[in-house]
Design a protein around this ligand. Structure first.
Ligand code: PHE
Length: 336
């Protein structure tokens, strides 16, 4: 009996199983009621008294080893099952979370798309500029408040290097490097030294437009802007132009559209006026054309500029400008 026990201990330690079925067979063979180990326990009664102590101990050892080996094999089988699940190449793919376009990008692209249908192409330029491209060429007098540190971020003084405050600087580049007819859109980020709040930010985005040719008139400007307003905000949209002032245009105007939230009846959004301002515009001042080397007796042009944030607010009613730059996925996810 002693030899039988020692032999079984060896066999059981070297047992292996690769499936639940094989494991069950092992259990039946050794540990079930009629299994080999149980049989040995039955025969224990016949062991002579002086051997009972030693054989009893070895029998218990045998049973413990058998049970431990069963648990080990069970764990091994479970693990390998998990492993092969992980490598199941036939499983259907997990859905991939797709990102969304930023609302400002969506609106910028829409503005560009609308104007490209009437012949405008895109021009881009640097965000860091000299004074001449941002102010000088555009007829800003030397003492103009925009040239003040309070409004403009300067990088260097004398000669002045600064962050552009509007993308009109790109128009300067185009006018000095291309010959009319010119028909460009200038989208881009601009910087102004403002305290950050729900309504103002130290950077925002613009799309400006410039058209220079022979016989360009204010009526052409008005028609292009009416077309844009209706494409962007719907065909019932009305526009109105109010006289305004910009150094680089003469005459200058600001354009309102009929409030796209109340349809012009008056609401909190349009402060009960029925109108909301969306852009500045005007006929390019002859001084600007001359500064850029274009003959103002032959050519005339119009220009306009709008804030992309402003248009986005109108389209999607985003109340706080800061949302655009916080990268909060809960906000961004809404623009599918
Ligand atoms: N550059 C002006 C601004 O930044 C906008 C504008 C562009 C106005 C062209 C008139 C003509 O506010």
């Amino acid at each position: 009996m002693k030899e039988k026990i020692e032999e079984l201990i060896k066999t059981i330690q070297s047992l292996d199983a690769n499936s639940a079925e094989e494991l069950e067979n092992i259990r039946l063979k050794y540990l079930s009621k009629k299994g080999e180990i149980s049989m040995l326990f039955n025969q224990f009664r016949e062991v002579p008294n002086d051997q009972k102590r030693e054989i009893g101990q070895r029998l218990n050892v045998l049973r413990d080893i058998a049970q431990a080996r069963m648990t080990e094999l069970k764990d091994k089988i479970e693990l390998s099952q998990q492993e092969s699940n992980r490598l199941d190449l036939t499983r259907t793919a997990e859905p991939i979370a797709l990102g969304t376009r930023h609302p400002l990008s969506l609106v910028r692209e829409e503005i560009i798309d609308i104007f490209s249908r009437i012949g405008f192409t895109v021009a881009e330029g640097p965000e860091i500029e000299d004074d001449w491209h941002v102010f000088g060429a555009l007829n800003f007098p030397p003492e103009h408040p925009a040239r003040d540190m309070q409004d403009t971020f300067f990088i260097e003084k004398n000669p002045d290097i600064l962050l552009r405050t509007h993308t009109s600087s790109v128009q300067t580049h185009v006018m000095t490097t291309q010959k009319p007819p010119i028909r460009v859109l200038c989208p881009g980020r601009v910087y102004r030294n403002e305290a950050i709040s729900a309504r103002a930010h130290c950077f925002f985005h613009q799309v400006e437009g410039l058209y220079i040719d022979k016989n360009v008139s204010f009526a052409d400007l008005k028609q292009a802007l009416l077309y844009f307003a209706r494409e962007m905000f719907g065909e019932d949209t009305q526009i109105r132009l109010r006289p305004s002032y910009f150094p680089f245009t003469e005459p200058s105007a600001e354009m309102d559209i009929s409030c796209n939230i109340c349809g012009g009846k008056g609401c909190a959004f349009c402060k009960q006026t029925g109108w909301v301002e969306i852009l500045g515009c005007g006929m390019v001042d002859p001084n600007v054309l001359e500064a850029c080397g274009i003959d103002s007796k032959v050519y005339s042009g119009y220009a306009f500029g709008m804030g992309v944030e402003r248009i986005t607010n109108l389209k999607y009613q985003v109340k706080d400008l800061r949302l655009f730059s916080e990268n909060d996925i809960r906000f961004l996810d809404q623009f599918k």
